[in-house]
Design a protein. Structure first.
Length: 185
């Protein structure tokens, strides 16, 4: 659904809501629910969700897949006029790719104090010795982004306590309704 009022009044929230939709797709496929979108001149040119388990590929993070789509859309690996919206602070692998692609701005929902590379633990996106530095905006729809993660891991813990095997990357959608604290997989 297109919300032109939110786009005009707060484009960061508008595009983060699309990243949240991508994260929910990941959760429905039993992937860690992180979503990303890349915007160029007000248009989404890349969107993805985590697909590590589905693709059996450790590099299939939402950011990496969205970068590849955006590069294809522009016909160039340089994304200097693009903004990346992601529900959780990028990891070091993704941050390195983001810097390499020269993304202008990175907007994320919730921080990752244990391993984030946009100021949570490290700040690779603004490292002075690298060839590019990204602008960073954090906390956009942060509570919603945290809740998607909390719900996912609460459901995974519940299934494990009931003796059910967690189906990583399965095609069967799961409905996650209960919320609990997020403490990782």
């Amino acid at each position: 659904m297109f919300d032109s009022d939110t786009l005009l009044l707060n484009p960061d929230e508008h595009f983060m809501r699309e990243a949240l939709r991508q994260a929910r797709k990941a959760a429905s496929l039993n992937e860690v629910p992180i979503g990303a979108v890349i915007v160029h001149e007000g248009q989404i040119i890349g969107r993805a969700w985590n697909q590590v388990e589905t693709l059996k590929d450790a590099t299939a993070h939402a950011e990496m897949l969205a970068l590849t789509q955006a590069e294809s859309a522009l016909g160039d690996w340089r994304l200097a006029d693009c903004d990346l919206y992601v529900t959780k602070e990028p990891c070091p692998m993704c941050a390195g790719a983001i810097v390499h692609c020269r993304v202008k701005r990175v907007i994320f929902g919730c921080p990752d104090v244990k391993g984030g590379a946009a100021g949570g633990f490290w700040n690779l996106l603004q490292a002075p010795n690298l060839n590019h530095r990204c602008e960073i905006s954090s906390g956009v729809l942060g509570e919603e982004c945290v809740m998607v993660l909390k719900e996912f891991f609460a459901e995974a813990r519940r299934r494990r306590q009931e003796g059910q095997e967690h189906q990583k990357g399965s095609a069967a959608p799961s409905v996650i309704e209960a919320a609990s604290i997020f403490d990782g997989p």
